[in-house]
Ligand binder design. Structure first.
Ligand SMILES: NC(=O)c1ccc[n+]([C@@H]2O[C@H](COP(=O)([O-])OP(=O)(O)OC[C@H]3O[C@@H](n4cnc5c(N)ncnc54)[C@H](OP(=O)(O)O)[C@@H]3O)[C@@H](O)[C@H]2O)c1
Length: 255
């Protein structure tokens, strides 16, 4: 079982006791989850008012107290990751990663592979876009559905990224799979330490996404897919605020 904490600016003061603060968050989560420990405790976002090394020290103590088995960071760059990992070894990094958002390939994946850290890509099917089921006509029912605010799902970006869907559809037909499954199979083939977490509230899609595990791309298929994808221009990005205080996604910097 995994859960996260977020350190809000209002919680940070000059004489902050970080151990008490983080442990306080954790104990509340444990109570809500009705458990005595969690396997993985993530820091949801970096708060630049709090040195990451200090967070790492606290996470080390919580591991020693058997309240957590390991810890992770989310939406983190490689320098922060390195500072943290040198203090208390990390178990996992949960960053944005999918066919449309491949920044992690540059530094995060090589670092994690070298240091035995798992990568947990969030939004692995680009908020549903890579399933091919979202079109320019799609309207999300609920006004608070996050997909209403994802720039990558604007009409122009859906049209701009259509060549990527065409490629996924082609492979889906050949492999008797769905485009969502191909996009997950692609990253599972590409990295040995990746565990994507597609989100869905729909049982059928959950089963569809889980079955991506059974879609195995051969080396030849993977190379063909990869080189076709590399020729496509990416349009748009996923969101608005990357971390509390900074952005590091190349797609986002372009704008
Ligand atoms: N660490 C972080 O900062 C962070 C940030 C965002 C999200 N996350 C986590 O990452 C996970 C997923 O990310 P995400 O929800 O942003 O993106 P995602 O998994 O790429 O896409 C999820 C969206 O696509 C739809 N979908 C899923 N599978 C589908 C399929 N096979 N066919 C058609 N539509 C499909 C879902 O709608 P339906 O429900 O209608 O199927 C949902 O709205 C969640 O567990 C979330 O908590 C973490």
């Amino acid at each position: 079982m995994a859960t996260k904490l977020h350190i809000h600016d209002e919680e940070v003061s000059e004489n902050i006791n970080l151990y008490d603060l983080i442990k306080g968050h954790l104990l509340k989560s444990l109570k809500r989850l009705r458990t005595h420990y969690v396997d993985l405790y993530y820091l949801h976002r970096i708060n630049e008012l709090v040195p990451i090394e200090d967070v790492a020290v606290v996470m080390g103590k919580l591991i020693n107290e058997c309240l957590i088995k390991g810890w992770g960071l989310s939406q983190v760059d490689v320098d922060t990751l390195d500072k943290a990992h040198k203090v208390t070894s990390l178990t996992a990094v949960q960053n944005l990663y999918n066919i449309l958002e491949r920044d992690c390939e540059e530094k995060i994946f090589p670092y994690c592979l070298e240091n035995n850290i798992g990568v947990v890509p969030f939004s692995p099917i680009a908020s549903g876009f890579l399933s091919g089921k979202i079109t320019t006509q799609t309207e999300f029912e609920k006004t608070d559905d996050v997909r209403n605010f994802v720039p990558q799902l604007s009409k122009e970006n859906i049209i701009g990224n259509q060549p990527i869907l065409d490629i996924l559809n082609k492979f889906a037909n050949v492999k008797n799979a769905t485009p969502a499954q191909i996009s997950l199979a692609w990253m599972l083939k590409k990295y040995p330490n990746v565990v994507p977490i597609p989100g869905s509230k729909n049982q059928e899609r959950i089963i569809e996404n889980l079955s991506a595990w059974n879609v195995e791309l051969t080396d030849e298929e993977f190379n063909e897919l990869q080189s076709a994808l590399n020729q496509c221009e990416i349009h748009g990005h996923r969101g608005i605020v990357e971390t509390q205080h900074q952005t590091f996604s190349n797609n986002w910097r372009k704008e």
